[in-house]
Design a protein around this ligand. Sequence first.
Ligand code: PMP
Length: 420
Amino acid sequence: MPSVSSAASSPLSNRHDLQLRQRAAKVVPGGMTGHLNAASLPAGYPQFFERGQGCRVWDVDGNEYIDFMCSWGPNLLGHHHPVVDEAARKQQALGDCLDGPTARFVELAERFVARSAHADWVLFQKNGTDATTVCLMVARAATGKRKVLVATKAYHGADPWCTPIPQGITPEDRAHLIHYTYNDITSLEAAVAQAGTDLAAIVCAAFKHDLGIDQELPTPAFARRARELCDQAGAALILDEVRAGFRVHAGGSWETVGVRPDLSAWSKSIANGYALAAVTGVDALREAATRIYTTGSFWSGGVAMAAGLATIEVADAQDVVGHVQAMGQRFRDGIAAQSASHGVPVRQTGPAALPLILFHEDPGFDKGAVFTVEALRRGVYLHPKHNMFLSLAHTVQDIDLALQATDAAFAAVAQRFGHR
Ligand code: PMP
């Protein structure tokens, strides 16, 4: 059990983690790539993990945490969900990477079509970036047009067209992107006007979840206008569900605002930690989706698809959307009460199932760093500036235990930075 004492905290043991980082630095450029580089986290966070179970993870030094990142989204039902793992094991015993797909491929496509409100067909991939990129290809193949609208600062993956750090790419890779501001209809209309007769697609995240800034749910007016503008121009409305998918609404996140996309990109949680991505689309784009050449050696692997089928079965039978929302709300209410009682204001934004906590007057995330490190030392793994994720494995007891740690973490922030 993680310790949740409110006494002064001390650094966690990290000998093995440091050793691994030193070894990695010699054989991996920078020691670690992308979002998993712990250098982007406050000092004290581990980079390497040993195992996970339910809503707990253990780092390589044996420190145990209540996990509020769920592997940055994928573990929707919790680590090592028995039904998912059993389905994957059974498929593994039969075969995973064969000369062609297994029957799971068709079964899972059927489940996706039955479950996703707008979907008439599915294409499978591995990563979220594969899925968002395939969406752009389908839209361009269908329309014969080039311009794609994306929201400023939105993350859609790490391919040259979308990587947030423009190194190793050319301006030409992004020559046909036009930016708009999420939820800002005027800026969206201006971007559409700029695209003129060359508009292939508008890409929208399921909600605004950009790193380090307050999250925003889509306004119904914005979503409806995006739909209208696509319809008028014959362009595709693409919804990036990679992060939000299966946690906001089972049928698709924009069901909450009554707007259906033409294409959706899914990954992360759809196979509970097994590598899988999917693009769902409407019939009008089926022919274009047939024409594009998109494939990968591992894309039709049976194990991830068996895991995906089991994930959907459990998610629907146990109302995962309702559960993660309820657990997230309990956490959010507890944080709000502690913020008030310690006189340390925070902003909590976005869906409760994907919570983000940012401190007032904290441009360098220094308060966030103290808060999350203090929580970490007490056995709770939070993130100081990225949205977090709840899972089916989080119980009321886990949330309440985590809140004991955050109470002490708030006290540490108040002591260090003062309170109101
Ligand atoms: N879109 C969104 C909204 C994401 O959050 C991510 C991953 N964080 C991606 C796309 C890319 O997914 P992947 O890292 O699996 O390529």
